[in-house]
Design a protein around this ligand. Structure first.
Ligand code: URA
Ligand code: SF4
Length: 197
């Protein structure tokens, strides 16, 4: 891991900036390849992640790994993180205050890795990063904001009891890596939504 990411990781592990530090077992820093072309951003750690201190290692994580493998990508090739780094009690949605307090860590991860594309997993990440809602309506789309590309898809947890959604996630992830290939080849890609800030 890069030294700068290692510093962020340590800061996250020791962080007491919001109340979630009081109920967590372990903080969950981002994990993966810092040369990755893409950062996957989920909501917040769940029970398994809280116990192990790693992102997406429970059932939702299995779904994400599966969708990646189907696209021919290993988890170790990419970087995976969350909007909020500590588990909210009973897996409730993190509050706006918690998200704002934790945001700096994600901004730093993005600044260091400089991904070609940020893959937003589900509504909380969509709302936190782009102010959006209704991910099922916007999923599969490519967004550009402040010269950064974002790709929108459903949260892997939403696919657990929904066979149709796992197909959707698989298709979206495949498309995401096709877009990355186009970008790497220097080709123009079609932006579905332009945000101005
Ligand atoms: N759900 C998330 O949003 N993130 C995780 O790390 C695990 C489950
Ligand atoms: Fe710190 Fe983020 Fe954990 Fe809150 S959720 S204690 S801001 S690392």
């Amino acid at each position: 891991m890069s030294q700068k990411l290692e510093v962020i990781k340590q800061n996250v592990i020791e962080c007491t900036k919001c109340d979630l530090c009081q109920t967590r077992t372990n903080a969950v820093p981002g994990k993966g390849n810092f040369h990755s072309d893409v950062i996957f951003v989920g909501e917040a750690p769940g029970r398994n992640e809280d116990v192990r201190g790693e992102p997406f290692v429970g059932v939702a994580g299995k779904k994400l790994s599966f969708a990646l493998e189907e696209a021919g990508i290993s988890r170790d090739d990419v970087y995976i993180t969350n909007i909020v780094k500590c588990r909210p009690p009973k897996n409730r949605v993190p509050t706006v205050m918690e998200r704002d307090t934790c945001k700096n860590y994600l901004n730093e991860e993005i600044a260091i890795i400089k991904p070609k594309l940020i893959c937003i997993l589900g509504n909380t990440a969509f709302n936190s990063l782009l102010g959006g809602s209704e991910i099922t309506k916007f999923r599969g789309k490519l967004v550009r904001k402040d010269n950064q590309f974002y790709f929108l898809t459903v949260h892997p947890a939403a696919t657990i009891y929904n066979q149709e959604l796992i197909e959707v996630l698989k298709g979206d992830i495949k498309k995401l890596f096709e877009l990355i290939t186009e970008l790497k080849n220097g080709n123009e890609i079609k932006v579905d939504i332009e945000y101005s800030s």
